[in-house]
Ligand binder design. Structure first.
Ligand code: FUB
Length: 345
């Protein structure tokens, strides 16, 4: 059975879930109604602020009757309100897209990473700092120097080193940054420029975060993903495997799992590696297409089990009005993720 939306009083998407102080926190996009019509550029995702949500534990939907499931979720989830809004961030013009958050063990603070278009229409990644996981978050006045594109995902390894993964093709503008210092407007005009079919696909990006988490500690690098069939970097023609957007990193039993959306083929997939900087090898699918065009997720361990947070449009029937869901994520004995099948409703 497909679980119900966790949050029904607001539209929420792109859920980045973390466990802080024994509680589950969700940092999602805050979808809203708009008059902008759907296009491949994603202009209809016209968000202006972020809310943080938390819950003491993850509901066991399977043990509740179908007509009580939504109420079960509503009784558990706390909406901590708007924790950051566009007018508070001088460099933001519009489109506050998928955020993520991290705890910095070096200073005991919480960092909210978020992409938005700057006043030139270029996506950059900003950071805002808070004393508590539920915010509020005070933004830095400028985006992270050297940052670009969308969908930041922060990962703090066991040794305390933090990494930021990011990027998204098409409306996310990754194809405009083949040279990481120059925005290529021409590439932006054509979604096709996101990878000719006879070339390797574009890779997601990774950078080490400085100890204060407000800047990069080194160059932005490609996160290389190898095709499990060929051993070569995944080809742009493999729309079922290549990176599109929605980076996430988790570590299980000493192995690094990088997961992402394949965009126009609508899969959530993963790749496995021995280092947070790669290379990674494609491992398979996590989730078949959900209702709605986008698919975006996070993976977190809580209560000795692993959980997949994701979204769909089951509540609204509209691509840009999405709702966060959660389901258990299962692995086989070799550490391969078992494919989950959302049920069409
Ligand atoms: O929410 C806006 C965009 O839609 C995100 O940045 C993408 O990952 C997709 O979910």
């Amino acid at each position: 059975m497909d679980p119900p939306p966790l949050i029904t009083h607001r539209y929420t998407a792109d859920p980045s879930a973390h466990v802080f102080n024994g509680r589950v926190y969700i940092y999602p996009s805050h979808d809203r109604e708009t008059t902008v019509t759907d296009n491949d550029n994603g202009d209809q995702y016209d968000m202006v602020d972020y809310h943080v949500y938390s819950l003491p534990h993850i509901p066991e939907f399977s043990s509740a009757p179908a007509n009580a499931q939504e109420e079960l979720a509503a009784g558990l989830v706390t909406d901590h309100g708007a924790v950051l809004a566009a007018p508070a961030v001088p460099w933001v013009q519009k489109q506050m897209w998928a955020p993520d958050a991290a705890f910095n063990p070096k200073d005991g603070k919480y960092y909210l990473f978020f992409p938005a278009r700057d006043h030139a229409g270029v996506f950059r990644i900003g950071v805002a700092v808070g004393a508590r996981p539920e915010g509020p978050f005070a933004p830095e006045p400028e985006p992270i120097p050297g940052s670009f594109s969308i969908d930041p995902a922060a990962f703090v390894d066991d040794d305390g080193q933090a990494y930021l993964y990011f990027g998204g093709i098409w409306g996310g503008q990754l194809q405009c940054w083949r040279d990481t210092s120059q925005f290529d407007k021409e590439a932006y005009k054509s979604m096709e420029a996101s990878g000719d079919d006879d070339e390797p696909a574009l890779f997601p990006k990774v950078a080490l975060l400085a100890p204060d988490m407000r800047s990069f500690a080194g160059p932005v690098a490609d996160l290389v993903i190898l095709d499990d069939d060929t051993g070569a970097p995944i080809h742009a023609s493999r729309h079922d495997k290549r990176f599109f957007e929605a980076s996430w990193m988790h570590k299980r039993d000493g192995r690094y799992y990088f997961s992402y959306s394949t965009g126009d083929t609508h899969f959530l997939v993963y790749a496995v590696g021995d280092s947070p900087l790669g290379p990674f090898t494609y491992g398979g699918r996590i989730l078949e297409p959900v209702q709605g065009w986008t698919t975006h997720h996070s993976i977190v361990e809580f209560g000795g089990r692993w959980w997949l947070f994701y979204h769909d449009t089951s509540l609204s029937g509209k691509n840009h009005l999405r709702s966060v869901k959660v389901r258990e994520l299962l692995y086989d004995d070799e550490g391969r993720i078992r494919l989950a099948q959302p049920q069409p409703t």
